[in-house]
Design a protein around this ligand. Structure first.
Ligand SMILES: C[S@@+](CC[C@H](N)C(=O)[O-])C[C@H]1O[C@@H](n2cnc3c(N)ncnc32)[C@H](O)[C@@H]1O
Length: 230
């Protein structure tokens, strides 16, 4: 995607602390079995071996962090297929741990930039997509590094089914305003809030991550946005 409104480059850490033996084993043994293939289409037949034409609904989480939300959503809908994207190795290990412990067979993982997967998804294939607590890049001169920009949002829109839901959450006031502005400019989505409670209170089917719990502990407000694809 050559959209000038986004810088196509990954910022942030790729690896933190050294992996313990069990974690390294997850990366060696489990990751190859659940990884999104490096090339070709990213559809239900390719990912889950579903018969062509009878693919399951697909859902995508962008930047899943330690994978708690991805795993919880996947457990709620075992008949759906979940694709999680995260470039941070220690985060991927967290998600692999959930997949193994909880026996999740409906999760596929891309260790890298979510845009690479989005581009390869068939159009109108996603029923849900999440962008939770994206890196804020609060300085105005870094705004183009934010995942939420018109290019990626148009790409997400193209990959979503009409009626599908895109959720975005943040505890950062700059990103909150920015996200509302970018989404407000998109012709493809409609905000689903009717009252302030709809964006001030965490919906029951929106499991809390450790990141979010920590944000609340240190006194941040968290905002929850739900948009319907037109
Ligand atoms: C602040 S953390 C939030 C993690 C998680 N969503 C949560 O709410 O707990 C933001 C995450 O987005 C990931 N990230 C940043 N750019 C990304 C991209 N282009 N594609 C996928 N993940 C990305 C980062 O590695 C990081 O783990």
């Amino acid at each position: 995607m050559n959209d000038p409104s986004t810088i196509r480059r990954l910022y942030g850490r790729r690896q933190g602390h050294k992996l313990r033996q069990g974690q390294a084993a997850l990366v060696e043994d489990l990751l190859p079995r659940v990884a999104v293939p490096e090339a070709g289409p990213v559809d239900a037949a390719t990912l889950f071996g579903d018969p062509a034409g009878q693919g399951r609904p697909l859902e995508l989480e962008i930047g899943f962090g330690a994978g708690e939300h991805l795993a919880a959503q996947a457990a709620m809908r075992p008949d759906h297929g979940f694709i999680g994207c995260e470039p941070f190795l220690n985060g991927v290990v967290g998600a692999l741990g959930h997949v193994e412990r909880e026996g999740l067979e409906n999760v596929r993982i891309h260790m890298g930039d979510a845009l690479d997967v989005l581009e390869r998804l068939p159009d109108a294939s996603l029923t849900r997509a999440w962008l939770l607590h994206p890196d804020p890049w609060p300085k105005a001169r870094h705004a183009k590094r934010r995942f939420m920009n018109s290019g990626p949002i148009a790409l997400i829109a193209r990959k979503m089914k009409p009626g599908g839901e895109f959720r975005f959450g943040t505890d950062h006031p700059v990103y909150c305003r920015w996200g509302m502005m970018v989404m407000g400019q998109s012709p493809d989505f409609v905000w689903q809030a009717e009252t302030p409670r709809d964006f001030l209170e965490r919906p029951a089917d929106w499991p809390e991550t450790r990141y979010e719990a920590k944000a609340r502990r240190i006194g941040h407000e968290v905002w929850y946005f739900r948009y319907r694809r037109l």
